[in-house]
Design a protein around this ligand. Structure first.
Ligand code: ATP
Length: 304
């Protein structure tokens, strides 16, 4: 009896331990589920690209429940056109890009590419269709060739070099003692902001996706560099559907539509000419920039 009692008692302890562990696991998975943010819908299909038009319909989004960031944003980028978003720092411009790439899911509303909701297609097919040139490119601790080929690992040396040439970084790479095999990133050669951006452009050119997102660097490059990068971006964007998150209005003048965002709301929209004629926020930003000030200096509105 005593012999039986001890194991049973012991089992009771183990049972409680296991139950507690399961509760912890449950908590952990609950947390993980929340942190993972997005998952493929069951039976998600691959995106079928036909021109790659992009549509946001009444999109609401918050990183934290109490603090709405996008408050009902609707926009459309017709296939092969460029739409630019301007507005004060913190108004939610980059958030649009993060949602289109599905780093996060919108709380309500719909984002669709060629009529297919991005929540219902595989993330793999979505991300294959989109190239991002971010504000600050993160380089992997690997060779510069690997970093350029990242969007298309099967790319040949010739393809990598031709993308680097188009992004005007080939000569710079060739001049390095180890050329394309030079290690870059945190533990390798440090590149300047402009050089990193060129690597990102080369990567995007090589990936050749139908949709491009350019998130302009806030810190202005010197104007010669800026013009050169601008020309490269324009070449990369030909015939593609483009979302530009712009800090310099010079890059948006030719956009099909310009959206002015303030505190998560689109407060003005139209072509450059129409917005100037309107004499509203955009015209004000334009005037400030013509006076030689930064476009973002027009950010009199508080941070979103
Ligand atoms: P900028 O012009 O400075 O790049 P933006 O208009 O692109 O600004 P977003 O990056 O979209 O602004 O940010 C919008 C708001 O969301 C900001 O107030 C920012 O602090 C907040 N935000 C951004 N990322 C996160 C995050 N991961 N968690 C919580 N809040 C965030």
């Amino acid at each position: 009896m005593i012999q039986l009692y001890i194991p049973l008692n012991f089992l009771g302890v183990i049972y409680r331990e296991i139950k507690q562990s399961l509760t912890d696991l449950d908590k952990m998975f609950g947390l993980l589920a929340r942190e993972r943010e997005v998952a493929d819908a069951p039976g998600a299909a691959a995106l079928r690209v036909e021109g790659a038009s992009v549509r946001f319909e009444d999109v609401h989004f918050a990183y934290e429940p109490q603090r709405p960031i996008l408050k009902g944003v609707s926009l459309e980028i017709p296939a092969g056109r460029k739409v630019a978003v301007v507005g004060p720092s913190g108004s939610g411009k980059s958030t649009l890009a993060r949602l289109l790439y599905r780093f996060y899911d919108a709380q309500s509303g719909r984002i669709a590419i060629d009529g297919q909701s991005i929540a219902e297609i595989t993330q793999h097919s979505l991300r294959r269709a989109i190239g991002i040139v971010p504000q600050d490119t993160v380089l992997f601790n690997d060779t510069i060739a690997y970093n350029i080929a990242y969007g298309r690992p099967e790319a040949t040396t010739e393809e990598i070099e031709s993308a680097a040439k188009a992004a005007h970084i080939h000569a710079f790479i060739q001049a390095l003692p180890q050329g394309y095999q030079t290690m870059v990133g945190e533990r390798g050669l440090k590149l300047s902001g402009g050089e990193k951006q060129r690597v990102a452009i080369a990567r995007t050119l090589l990936k050749d996706p139908p949709i491009l997102i350019f998130d302009e660097a806030t810190s202005a490059l010197d104007s010669r560099n800026e013009r050169a990068i601008q020309a490269e971006l324009e070449a990369a964007a030909r015939n593609k559907t483009v979302l530009v998150i712009a800090h310099r209005l010079s890059t948006v003048v030719d956009a099909h539509e310009i959206l002015v965002m303030e505190q998560g709301v689109i407060v003005e929209r139209g072509t450059h000419a129409a917005l100037l004629a309107r004499r509203g926020r955009y015209a004000q930003m334009w005037a400030l920039q013509q006076d030689g000030q930064d476009a973002t200096a027009a950010s009199t509105a508080p941070r979103g």
